[in-house]
Design a binder for this molecule. Structure first.
Ligand code: ATR
Length: 279
């Protein structure tokens, strides 16, 4: 990589940030498109976050991704928020412009774009969706499903009060349910999404009886380590279409790259293999 004096710069702010795949992912696209630019890992302590963002803007960076634990602080710091960032209540993408700092959240759209790519037969209007979990990742998925026009979302969470609060806030089509109702909630659904950490390497598997899941339902897991979670293995074994969590990570990166570097990049099998090769 050889940069000119006009190189476009971006990066990912996190603490820690060493585990982030974003530099590799954006680096692949920068290289592929021959762009005079760079995307850097930017480890920043929570108490230094706001000062660091202002410094990046002063240094002429185009913007940055924001990951744990800065997603809420990024929303507070932005001069303007996109509609979806406001609805999700967190920011994962900052774009620095003449008129200040724009905060966006591309997690929901990344989830939806990946779902459309991996399960093209699925349509939002097909029927109810079941979402497991009511944390930060769930918020992005819930807003995306609501905005796409899914007629009913059954929100199942271990702590019922959190699901109730989220349903009251996001409104309309959200139906909170007890964790113990998760197997029954699958009846008549067309989409099941796991947003909890269950099934992740080092965590317990998600205990869920899939007997009531219709054969045409798509099963998506946000967990991507391992790629094939016990949930996805169980769903595939009974013939359901499955969507793993890596694609969401790749697709959520597209809008930021386009805003900073001026080219809309593609999510391809080659990109997927390249990001996975870093294991
Ligand atoms: P993220 O940003 O990844 O969504 P989070 O905000 O900490 O992380 O949310 C984690 C979600 O996984 C929550 O819905 C949590 O349920 P609670 O609201 O009851 O805490 C869920 N979760 C985590 N561990 C779980 C477990 N062992 N069983 C069921 N749900 C679990």
């Amino acid at each position: 990589m050889i940069l000119s004096g006009k190189a476009k710069l971006a990066g990912v702010l996190g603490w820690p940030v060493g585990h982030s795949r974003s530099p590799r992912l954006h680096g692949f696209w920068l290289d592929r498109h021959g762009i005079d630019g760079a995307y850097l890992p930017l480890p920043v302590r929570p108490e230094r976050f706001k000062a660091a963002v202002r410094a990046l803007a002063d240094l002429g960076f185009r913007g940055a991704n924001v990951t744990v634990p800065h997603k809420l602080a990024a929303g507070e710091l932005a001069d303007r928020l996109t509609e979806r960032a406001r609805a999700i209540g967190a920011v994962n993408t900052l774009v620095f412009g003449e008129d200040g700092i724009l905060g966006d959240n591309t997690d929901g759209v990344g989830f939806l774009e990946n779902l459309r790519a991996e399960a093209p037969a699925w349509q939002p209007s097909d029927g109810p969706a079941v979402v497991l979990g009511a944390g930060g990742a769930a918020r992005a998925v819930l807003v995306a499903l609501r905005d796409a026009g899914v007629p009913e979302v059954r929100l199942v969470n271990r702590t019922r009060a959190t699901a109730d609060r989220l349903a009251a806030e996001l409104g309309g089509t959200l139906r909170p349910l007890d964790w113990s109702a998760r197997a029954d909630a699958l009846a008549g659904s067309r989409l099941l999404v796991n947003t909890t950490s269950l099934g992740m390497a080092g965590q317990p598997a998600l205990a869920l009886d899939l007997a009531a899941l219709p054969p045409e339902a798509v099963v998506a897991d946000l967990v991507y380590s391992p790629l094939t979670t016990p949930l996805l293995a169980g769903a595939a074994a009974q013939g359901n279409r499955t969507v793993d969590g890596l694609g969401m990570l790749l697709h959520q990166a597209v809008p930021g790259f386009a805003a900073w570097f001026g080219i809309e990049p593609q999510v391809t099998p080659e990109l997927r293999d390249f990001v996975l090769a870093d294991e």
